[in-house]
Design a protein around this ligand. Sequence first.
Ligand SMILES: N[C@@H](CCC(=O)N[C@@H](CS)C(=O)NCC(=O)O)C(=O)O
Length: 260
Amino acid sequence: MSHMNKVRIIGSYLSPYVRKVLVCLSIKGIPYEIDPIIPFYGNEEFSKLSPLRRIPVFTDDKVTLCDSSVICQYLEDRYSSSNFVSIYPNDIVNRAKARWYEEYADTYIGNIFIWQYYNEVVIKPFVWKKKSDQIIVDRSLNIEIPKVLQYLEENVPKEGYMFDEKHATIADISITSFFRNLFIANAKFDVERYPFTFSYVNRILSLSYFQSLIPFEKISIASPIPNHRTALAKGNAPISNETFGIDKPKPGAFSERPSS
Ligand SMILES: N[C@@H](CCC(=O)N[C@@H](CS)C(=O)NCC(=O)O)C(=O)O
């Protein structure tokens, strides 16, 4: 593939939405460079690129895009020849179903896993230097997350991928990207109660596309936020020369959640 297209991602390796896009790039074999900013740490220029101050942002030689679903669809449309694996199922009905799982993951799972659990356990203490609210943590672990697990338990395949394809599609990639954050935050579950869900998620997570990102996630977790770029560059992540990052966090359009 020509390197003229130079893909750049703005956003941290710890974001499930960034992970989703990076896995799609990896499946399609498209190289990228990354400005690994944590959300809230974008400068004024970042606000122009991402009006909601959210990550990921994608740029290449043609376009700047926000929103992981828009980005993944663009990648599919632009890199669609037989040289590239398709990240959506071929069959029209399965394609529609895959988009549903993507939407379910991005909105519902995202709201529960990220904006309830991960927000309390990781974002509040590490970004905003606030105490976690144990009531929200317990409610998400005992009530909200099990609703997701129950739905998935009834719908995930017992082996292979969500659809009858030889590889993961956007449904598998989206769902699994969010589970990775629960694992990063050391959430504990009754795995035996949801055997199909956990074996499905672990199966997808074991794919090289996800595994190759884990060293970069670990570096990000282990380093103070202002050191992420340097630490990741040392760890051979494809870090961009330019950054849209700042030293102190600033809330985005959706940062004040009713539950926070
Ligand atoms: N619909 C967006 C959601 C992206 C999103 O919520 N990203 C989070 C990071 S995990 C973020 O930037 N949050 C900052 C904020 O909402 O203020 C997508 O699919 O890309």
